[in-house]
Design a protein around this ligand. Structure first.
Ligand code: F6R
Length: 608
């Protein structure tokens, strides 16, 4: 799971490679590397473990330069994050970078070892360098070399290669892993995503699966894997990338938590008019389509999947529409039944998550009535592949742990619920939700006032090994999301459970050392949640309750009750997730972890 950037220009490219790579670091930050064809037409490779800033200082110290080069930032899949496994990988006269997984790398290694190629890394990617070298000696040009290489590979890949035999050209190919060409007078580029191009050009052409591109400083030409030329016009990005800084905050995560009030206010301002929700906010004719929809298949990963689970609760509560929410890595490989009138909805912050992209591609070949994506990144792979797009406009989310993207997805899904509610017999329900949505910014502001209290509680978690989060109904996915946040940035093992499920097994874990957090908005499930928490307390578990219910009676120990601002039923997930984000953040502060870039993770998961 990595980022690729490459450039060929009439001037030196090393600086633009480093700039492009810095923008791709969200895909992984285990190691970084660069290969250039120098003045003497020889390959010069520089690699380092860790972040792009380490590579930047290596490149400037070495004073290496060239007009044709490739660069890579790595998230380790095959082989540890150590120098020998860092990209680019070299073979005789060749240097390559790769994103994806080569499923038949073991077989190819046997073939290449017989041809006397020596392997120096533990990666699957190195086979590509040797294959390219092998076929380059048998071919007269770079296209037929790459064609021969691509035909040997099984799995997903985006590859960029340079070769001393063709020192002014960069050759790239992709299948199942995104790659774009960036075009500018006197320079052409290759990149895993559109942001990395933004420093260099606003003109781009996406490659489709099974395509090869050959680039020099003046031209690029796309071919398919059979060698046929493909002509495709360039598009222009509308997006101006602003430099994002932490401002007054200590971490991006903290800043992004606090941005949520404004993002929700903006969503309300832009999507709600005097008479209510504006028409067709999910794309042309989307209202009509939604009102005809009989089933919805939500597909997503991680935090975005938790948003999908909440949408299922909302929509099924007030309409007859049957919803499923499914993890993309499951959806993509299983047999899926698609009844007529089913809408496919992909939810993704980045729009580059490999499992979600594959699921979406699978869905495009089934009889869905439409493919809608809810996404934060315009012109991402997922938005380009969708029939309809709702952009969440949360702004760049830099912290690996997702916060504002989640609430911006929830507000979009609540808007969708409002449109779908028009099929319900309860004609007042849309207005009820609307009223609750409008009240959200003020409630979220009040929720932030809990910061001091949460900071204090966070100290109690510093030495804990495990934590349980419990919720029922729409609060159950919030319990899942709270556990995900705590795991990601504090490395404390945490689980989210439907509160009623506790007694079916996890109750065995409860003792005086286990914190159990109950998420209990004031709704029809309060008594059930209280009973579940009483079961925990009876076994000496450390119970914390986040609630806006005024508690009284024997079931309640009021010592660890965090009084939440009151809020409507539909918006409670957006309100209750905020103290959970803050709790994880402050526990991470106590534990001094790397909050914005937790170990082993990357912002965008671009491999399966
Ligand atoms: C958790 C987190 C991940 C992502 C998941 C999907 O904080 O960030 O679980 O939610 O990798 O990513 P997107 O939404 O970009 O498809």
């Amino acid at each position: 799971m990595c980022g690729i950037f490459g450039a060929v220009s009439s001037t030196h490219v090393q600086d633009s490679l480093i700039k492009g790579l810095s923008k791709l670091e969200y895909r992984g930050y285990d190691s970084a590397g660069i290969s250039l064809i120098t003045k003497t037409k020889k390959i010069k490779r520089l690699r380092c473990v860790g972040k792009v800033k380490n590579l930047k200082s290596l490149v400037s110290k070495s004073k290496s330069s060239g007009v044709c080069g490739i660069a890579h930032t790595r998230w380790a899949t095959h082989g540890k994050p150590i120098l020998k496994n860092s990209h680019p990988h070299n073979s005789d006269e060749v240097s390559i970078v790769h994103n994806g997984i080569i499923e038949n790398s073991d077989d190819l290694k046997i073939f290449l070892k017989k041809k006397k190629f020596k392997f120096t890394s533990d990666t699957d990617s190195e086979v590509i360098a040797h294959l390219f070298s092998y076929y380059s000696k048998k071919s007269s040009d770079s296209i037929s070399t790459m064609k021969a290489v691509a035909q040997k590979l099984q799995g997903s890949f985006a590859i960029a290669a340079i070769c001393e035999r063709w020192p002014d050209k960069l050759i790239a190919a992709c299948n199942g892993s995104p790659l774009l060409v960036g075009a500018k007078k006197g320079s052409n580029f290759i990149s895993s995503d559109i942001h990395a191009l933004s420093e260099s050009t606003n003109k781009y052409v996406p490659l489709a699966d099974n395509e090869i591109v050959e680039i020099d400083s003046d031209n690029y030409q796309i071919y398919n894997f059979t060698g046929k030329k493909i002509s495709r016009k360039t598009s222009s990005t509308k997006k101006q990338t602003k430099i994002v800084s932490k401002g007054e905050y200590n971490h991006f995560m903290q800043k992004e938590i606090y941005e949520q009030q404004e993002i929700i206010s903006n969503a309300i301002k832009h999507q709600i008019g005097k008479k209510g929700l504006l028409p067709n906010i999910f794309g042309p004719n989307s209202d009509k389509l939604l009102l005809k929809t009989k089933h919805i298949h939500f597909v997503a990963c991680g935090t975005s999947y938790n948003a999908a689970l909440i949408a299922k609760y909302w929509i099924e509560e007030i309409t007859d529409i049957v919803c499923t929410a499914e993890i993309a890595s499951e959806y993509r490989y299983r047999t899926v039944n698609v009844p007529s009138g089913t809408l496919f909805v992909a939810i993704s912050q980045s729009g580059e998550t490999a499992d979600t992209i594959y699921s979406l591609k699978k869905a495009k070949n089934r009889n869905y009535c439409s493919i809608l994506s809810i996404c934060n990144v315009p012109e991402s792979s997922i938005t380009r592949l969708s029939d309809l797009v709702y952009l969440t406009h949360a702004g760049p989310e830099i912290s690996v742990a997702s916060t504002k993207a989640f609430t911006s997805q929830l507000i979009a899904l609540l808007f969708m619920t409002m449109v779908l509610s028009r099929t319900s017999k309860n004609k007042a329900i849309e207005q009820t939700i609307l009223k609750q949505v409008k009240s959200l910014p003020a409630i979220i502001k009040k929720t932030f006032l809990l910061e001091k209290e949460i900071k204090k509680i966070a100290k109690n978690f510093k030495n804990k090994k495990h934590t349980l989060f419990l919720g029922r109904g729409v609060s159950y996915p919030i319990a899942l999301e709270a556990a995900l946040k705590l795991k990601e940035i504090t490395y404390i093992h945490a689980e989210g459970y439907a509160a009623g499920e506790l007694k079916h097994g996890p109750l065995a874990l409860v003792d005086k050392n286990l914190p159990v957090i109950g998420l209990m908005p004031d709704n029809n499930l309060v008594n059930q949640v209280l009973s579940n928490l009483a079961e925990v307390r009876a076994r000496q578990g450390l119970v914390y309750i986040f609630t806006n219910k005024k508690l009284s009676g024997s079931k309640v120990d009021k010592t660890n009750v965090i009084n939440m601002p009151s809020c409507g039923h539909f918006v409670s997930p957006l309100v209750y997730v905020i103290p959970m984000q803050l709790l994880s953040y402050f526990v991470a502060i106590e534990k001094k972890t790397n909050i914005d870039q937790p170990r082993n993770l990357a912002k965008s998961v671009t491999v399966e």
